[in-house]
Write a protein that binds this ligand. Structure first.
Ligand SMILES: NC(=O)c1ccc[n+]([C@@H]2O[C@H](COP(=O)([O-])OP(=O)(O)OC[C@H]3O[C@@H](n4cnc5c(N)ncnc54)[C@H](OP(=O)(O)O)[C@@H]3O)[C@@H](O)[C@H]2O)c1
Length: 321
């Protein structure tokens, strides 16, 4: 019988990574998952996944701890790098809180991948590394050739966009210098049911819509969303597709936030919605054609919302209608 394929997922307990670990286990992979600090992060959901007892091994590894990262990656044919701080507001020191961890983390992970002769690394990048580009023509759909502008990100204090841009550029630089096969997935804002017990940042936005607290809306003005399960599928798709290369946008067609709220009201009329939805700036839509061409399929936003809200209700995060 052939040896089972062994891969590593960094930040395994996170929102997207948990769905990816679940998918990998279901496909028969052996998975090494890195966790920053199990005394803070509840990882019990991972060990409850089907086949986790036999095929999931957890490693404690902060992104700054090269030796710990190296130990987790050793023996793996592939790596999915998802660990990165997702913070959008309230930073007192963005350089230390988000930019350095994203960048140093990517450098450490890729260095360990090169040392371990990993065959392919799939990096969870972001549409945030594509869309903050003032030079892109208005009314033109963004594709993978667009990069967020570093100067513009600094001027507009778009620290998360900057962290994802610098980290993704670093990944491709390392790939070129060391002959490592690196592919990136750039999802827009990710919604969907939670496997983990905490509420991650993007899910807190959808929850804030349902709770009538609109303060987060302005942060995510783009109106581009994607389902967490479809992001996990995309990450595995580009890992397994031999011809995959470069960047892949992963997003549904853009909708206006007001239309999203209308959709929510239509499905769930009894929540306490906020009535004054701020006007959004015109933002370019994103094209996922490159990903679709290699076979990516996605759920409708309606299905994502339905499953997300059902999950939040079951987890007691929303009062029942
Ligand atoms: N959710 C979205 O809308 C979205 C969209 C596009 C791209 N992405 C990208 O997808 C990836 C996963 O995001 P997510 O939404 O699933 O977020 P998440 O649930 O917050 O997961 C992020 C993970 O990174 C880990 N991490 C952060 N800093 C670390 C450090 N210094 N050392 C080790 N681990 C560290 C976190 O561990 P702790 O729990 O210990 O903090 C967590 O497990 C990120 O790279 C993110 O930028 C997310």
């Amino acid at each position: 019988m052939s040896e089972m394929r062994r891969v590593c997922v960094t930040g395994a307990g996170g929102f997207i990574a948990s769905w990816l670990v679940k998918l990998l286990l279901s496909k028969g992979y052996k998975v090494h998952g890195t966790i920053r600090d199990p005394s803070i992060e509840d990882t019990s959901h991972l060990m409850k996944l089907d086949k986790a007892t036999e095929n999931l091994q957890l490693f404690i590894a902060d992104l700054f701890d090269y030796n710990a990262i190296k130990a987790a990656i050793s023996g793996c044919e592939g790596v999915f790098h998802l660990a990165s701080p997702v913070i959008l507001t309230g930073m007192s020191d963005p350089e230390e809180e988000i930019i350095r961890p994203a960048l140093v983390g990517t450098k450490n992970v890729l260095k360990a991948c090169s040392e371990a002769n990993v065959k392919r690394v799939v990096v969870a990048a972001s549409a945030a590394a594509i869309a903050c580009n003032p030079d892109w023509p208005q009314d033109t759909v963004l594709d993978e050739s667009s990069w967020s502008d570093e100067k513009f990100c600094r001027e507009t204090k778009s620290w998360y966009c900057l962290s994802k841009t610098l980290a993704e550029k670093e990944a491709f630089k390392h790939a070129q210098e060391h002959g490592l096969d690196v592919v990136t997935i750039c999802p827009s804002l990710v919604f969907g049911p939670l496997l983990q017990s905490n509420v991650n940042h993007s899910s807190s936005l959808l929850l804030s819509f349902l709770k009538g607290s609109p303060e987060l809306i302005e942060i995510y003005g783009s109106g581009s969303f994607v389902d967490v399960r479809d992001v996990a599928n995309a990450l595995l798709l580009v890992y397994e597709e031999p011809d995959a290369s470069g960047r892949y946008i992963c997003s549904l067609k853009q909708i206006q936030i007001a239309d999203l709220i209308d959709m929510l009201k239509n499905i769930y009329p009894n929540f306490n919605y906020h009535n004054n939805i701020p006007e959004m700036n015109e933002v370019n839509d994103l094209s996922s054609e490159k990903l679709k061409k290699i076979g990516w399929k996605c759920r409708t936003l309606r299905e994502t919302i339905y499953d997300s809200v059902r999950c939040y209700q079951e987890a007691g995060l929303l009062s029942m209608e």
